[in-house]
Design a protein around this ligand. Structure first.
Ligand code: FAD
Length: 510
């Protein structure tokens, strides 16, 4: 038994990040003898209350927690998500989907998209979207679980994620965490006490006068970064030059529109609007640049573009793109909004919480807090933020839109080096490289590059191993298999009912 083991973990904040951290740490390390985990949150301050669309990695987090999916979907009013549909991003009237899973099948040892690119040179103008099962199913309002046991079916490699009610998700995780021994304390933190010698946070004091001491503090206090910035002055790397949107208005509305298992992002004059359909309502929001539109105009645009009656007034949120220079400083680790923020265009924030927890568990400290491990945690965190940042910038910069000062700014942005390199590599021969296990795979980069109108001049020479006629025939066959598979998948709404949900019916799309 180590004598320098952490004995008390204090989690500050009970939003999505706080309860994910509480459940994750309790599940993995909670049984360590003598380890206490306490979470403090303030009902009066509340949570940010948004954050409802996820990416497929969430299924791994749920598996780690031993969550039974049907129970989770019922309890959080969740729907399934097969990708994100981007509307009006490349030009007004254009739409494409960034799907979860793959396009087509690799042939002759090279990626499918090279054969698709070759097909274009032969006159086949079918869009890339036609080769993705996630897209075909999503647009038809259909859902089924992937079938890795059927390697010849496009279902074998489809991915999926969830859209859920953020408040219900936090409540769900809280129940789990408390059942694993996490103690919850309600109260507003009014003081942070630091050890004079080490500079570490020693304790936090609540308005009630209660003092909570700890060895390791997890700062999940939201944008304010109560400990990481307030006490440890970790510093903030501001990326608003790259990502100028700095405000959002969020409003739920009654169900309406279609029943596709997709998140939708529609580009607007000074930003973009999200649509996240749940079982009982739709989450909506306008993410915008305050330099390019007033709050009143943004609210009017949002309210004019809902699929149902609004269920309240639009709620304003302010943010700055970027991250803490040190997500881990001394004995404080920041997760969630306390650690940084990248706009929800690709639904990455909850994933960043998840990967932060995974990284923390890999490098779970002792009371010695070895600096090389902390440095590694910080370097990996920054790398992850950087990769996502570049992927987001791609959406804004690769556009033909010139209908507003906002889009003119985005279109003419000087690109970060890594992104410029990726685009240049694709433009020549359709090559895509996934750097250092970055979050977004080749498929994601392909989807958004092609979707945003980045064209490849050539294709992999090995694609010519297939005679032209065979290339065209195989492309057609793959399209047919995708369509036929999607057509026999159950409707999402039927699937939800089968697992005991009572979703309100939506307009059927097919
Ligand atoms: P919060 O929810 O703000 O929680 C902070 C907690 O700290 C609260 O419990 C609060 O009471 C507590 N606290 C603060 N100060 C004190 C104090 N002094 N004393 C005691 N307690 C205190 N992510 C996605 O993955 N997908 C999305 O679709 C998505 N959409 C988003 C849209 C917008 C506009 C924004 C702003 C974010 C979005 N996110 C999204 C991000 C997501 O909402 C957050 O990552 C997630 O909710 C985690 O928030 P949090 O727990 O870090 O902070």
């Amino acid at each position: 038994m180590r004598t320098d083991a952490i004995r008390r973990v204090v989690i500050v904040g009970g939003g999505t990040a706080g309860w994910m951290a509480a459940a994750g740490i309790a599940r993995v390390a909670g049984a360590l003898p003598g380890l206490e985990i306490e979470l403090v949150e303030s009902d009066a301050i509340g949570t940010v209350g948004v954050g409802e669309a996820t990416i497929p990695q969430i299924t791994l987090f749920n598996a780690l927690l031993g969550i039974e999916e049907a129970d989770f979907v019922r309890e959080t009013n969740a729907t399934y998500k097969l990708g994100i549909e981007f509307v009006d991003w490349t030009r007004i009237g254009d739409r494409y989907v960034h799907p979860f899973g793959f396009y087509g099948v690799d042939m002759k040892g090279i990626e499918f998209h090279h054969h698709w690119l070759k097909g274009r040179t032969l006159g086949d103008t079918t869009p890339l979207d036609a080769y993705s099962l996630a897209i075909a199913a999503g647009l038809r309002g259909r859902f089924a679980h992937p079938r890795p046991d059927q390697p010849n079916s496009p279902l074998s490699k489809m991915g999926y994620a969830f859209q859920f009610d953020a408040a219900l998700y936090a409540r769900y995780l809280r129940r789990l965490a408390e059942s694993w021994g996490v103690r919850r304390t309600e109260g507003r933190i009014v003081d942070v006490e630091r050890d004079a010698e080490s500079g570490h946070v020693a304790a936090v004091t609540l308005q009630s006068g209660a003092r909570l001491a700890g060895d390791l503090f997890i700062d999940c206090s939201g944008f304010r970064g109560l400990l990481i910035e307030g006490a440890m002055a970790a510093g903030f790397e501001d990326w608003s030059h790259w990502l100028p949107c700095d405000r959002a208005l969020a409003v739920p509305c009654e169900l309406g529109g279609d029943d596709q298992p997709l998140t939708r992002s529609t580009a607007r004059g000074a930003g973009w609007q999200w649509r996240i359909p749940l079982q009982h309502r739709i989450g909506n929001g306008y993410v915008y640049s305050s330099e390019h539109i007033s709050d009143d105009e943004a609210a009017a645009t949002l309210l004019a573009n809902l699929d149902g009656a609004p269920l309240g007034d639009p709620r304003p949120l302010r943010f700055q793109a970027g991250h803490r220079r040190r997500a881990w400083a001394g004995n404080v680790v920041a997760l969630g909004l306390a650690g940084g923020f990248l706009e929800p265009l690709e639904s990455t924030s909850i994933h960043l919480v998840q990967s932060g927890i995974a990284r923390l568990m890999t490098m779970f400290p002792t009371r010695r807090f070895d600096q090389p491990e902390i440095d590694r945690f910080n370097a990996e965190t920054i790398r992850e933020y950087l990769d996502i940042r570049d992927f987001l910038i791609l959406h804004y910069s690769a556009t033909e839109r010139d209908d507003s000062p906002f889009w003119n700014r985005c279109r003419t942005l000087e690109l970060p080096e890594g992104l410029a390199y990726k685009i240049a590599m694709f433009r020549r021969n359709g090559r895509i490289f996934r750097e250092h296990e970055e979050l977004f795979t080749e498929t994601s980069w392909l989807a958004v590059m092609v979707g945003q109108g980045v064209n490849a001049a050539g294709y992999h020479p090995v694609a010519d191993l297939l005679p032209d006629a065979e290339t065209l025939a195989r492309l057609q066959h793959i399209r047919e298999v995708v369509t036929q598979t999607a057509d026999v998948m159950p409707r999402q709404i039927d699937h939800l009912q089968r697992i005991g949900c009572t979703p309100a019916p939506l307009r059927r799309v097919s």
